[in-house]
Design a protein around this ligand. Sequence first.
Ligand code: DP6
Length: 359
Amino acid sequence: MATEKWVFMVTAQTPTNIAVIKYWGKRDEVRILPVNDSISVTLDPDHLCTVTTVAVSPAFDRDRMWLNGKEISLSGSRYQNCLREIRSRAGDVEDKEKGVKIGKKDWDKLHLHIASHNNFPTAAGLASSAAGFACLVFSLAKLMNVDEDPSHLSAIARQGSGSACRSLFGGFVKWEMGSKDDGSDSVAVQLADEKHWDDLVIIIAVVSSQQKETSSTSGMRESVETSLLLQHRAKEVVPKRILQMEEAIKNRDFASFTQLTCTDSNQFHAVCLDTSPPIFYMNDTSHRIISLVEKWNRSEGTPQVAYTFDAGPNAVLIARNRKVAVQLLQGLLYYFPPKPDTDMKSYVVGDNSILKEAG
Ligand code: DP6
């Protein structure tokens, strides 16, 4: 390394992902190993995403991180595990113009500054940690010249937040739970790329942008400890559903896709109710949105919209095409008119500039 001061920086943007077959429950809390496989769809990078800049310089005296402009502690094991795993795979980096060469071993002595920004509410059940850790791992891997494919990087992002491993790929993604104790086979794989089924339009109805009362991490821990339904779901239900969902995605079979997505979301929330004490993530508005979609699908004779809810009341609605998305948005605005004093807001995600951030 040259002695003069220099800074190397990398900026990356990573979208969040929404599970259509949910991850809920860990068999290993430290390595973040799940009790079942899950499948998600990654959103367009321009909409709900995290942008992270990572910088390294001999002028930095310790690792530091800012989230949405506020400094946060990096001392937690999730951050430490990701930083350690990435550092251990760092390669040589050279900038001939600056006359700087960082050798593999130098990375242990150098410190990082990380600035991350979410363009959507943090910890409101919109998978902010998924985009956040995926972006952190990806940008650090670029900065440190880590020579690993996205599946290997996904196993590192997984140690930051389980769902983050799925954001390393676009399109439809499966997180394979794996069977090894060290978690090396608990990785994400791409099932289909973003072009495979690009008729779909995803609308996110933000019912509340308040931080949730029970985090996913503690909620799923309580479910693992107390819910018999979770055991049944993980062993008997999800393995079959994963195969059916893979088929539905492969064949672009919207009827099966909707049936599986809605039932899986409802079972996940049933597990939350089966937890002791019960966890309520959805609220009355969420339930009204479910009724609206169910009635509409029934009246059309064939499903038009799928719904799914994560650990919060916000609805993720997947319309079969743009025409349906426009009708859906009109319906949402009619039945749930946005009031200035509420948080209700819709994000439309997809190839659809007209509808972006309606409401
Ligand atoms: C309901 O990935 O946030 O969104 O691994 O503890 O960080 P940790 O949990 P997290 O859980 C996400 C749960 C979910 C379902 C899903 O995304 O599959």
